[in-house]
Design a protein around this ligand. Sequence first.
Ligand SMILES: N[C@@H](CCC(=O)N[C@@H](CS)C(=O)NCC(=O)O)C(=O)O
Length: 219
Amino acid sequence: MANEVVLLDLKVSPFAARVRIALEEKGIEYKSKVEDLSNKSSTLLKMNPVHQQIPVLIHNGRPICESMIIVQYIDEVWSHKPSLLPSDPYRRAHARFWADYIDKKIYPIGRNLWASKGELKESSKKDLIQCFKILEEELGDKLYFGDESFGYIDLALVPFYSFFYTFETLGNWSMAAEFPKLVEWGERCLQKETVSKSLSDQKEVYEVVLQIKQKLGVE
Ligand SMILES: N[C@@H](CCC(=O)N[C@@H](CS)C(=O)NCC(=O)O)C(=O)O
C-alpha cells in the first residue's frame, strides 16, 4: 500500500510541532500543507469537522485529529522504528499522565497569561509558575522526562519551550533563573535534529503572540 502522508500544519502551532517531531523521529516523508486559520481550507473543514483545528494527519486519505492521538497513531503504524511510548504498561500510563497534564495545564494557562490582562493575567502567571515547578521536580536530574532518551513526554512538552521567552517576557520572570533544569532540558532536546527542524524560534513565537495580542486588544 502506498503511504501518502499529509499534515495540515502551521509553523508556530505547538500541537503541529508535536506531530512534525514524531514524523521526523520515525523518518516518515510527508507533505506539509500550511493552513490559514483565519480562512480555513475546505480540506481542513472536511477532515476535522468536529474541532476544525490543525494539526490533522491525513494518511492515505484518512484523517487523524488531536496532536497526541496523532502521535500515538504514528507510533503504532510505523512500529519498525524505536517506540516513542515506553513498552512497559506502567511507564506508558505514566507517560500518558504527564502528556495529559501538559495538555490540560500549559497551553490553556499559558494562553491566559499572554491573551489577557489584569487579574486573569496575574493568576495565570502564578498558576503557570506552579506548573513549571511541578514539571521541574518531575524532571529532576534526569536527562529527559522518560529517562535516558527522548520520548513521549518530551515530545508533548518541548514545543512549549518555544514559548518560554514569551512567558518570561510577558510574565516578567526569568525561566533560566527559576527553572534551570527545564531550560537545560529544552536546550538538550534542541540538539536533536528531529526537534530543532520542527520547532519555531522563541522570538518568532513572541512576535506572533504580540500580533494576536494586538488583534485581541490586550497589549
Ligand atoms: N487539542 C488540539 C489543539 C489544537 C489547536 O488548538 N489548534 C489550533 C492552532 S494551535 C487551531 O487550529 N485553532 C483554530 C481554531 O480553534 O479555530 C490538539 O492537541 O491537536
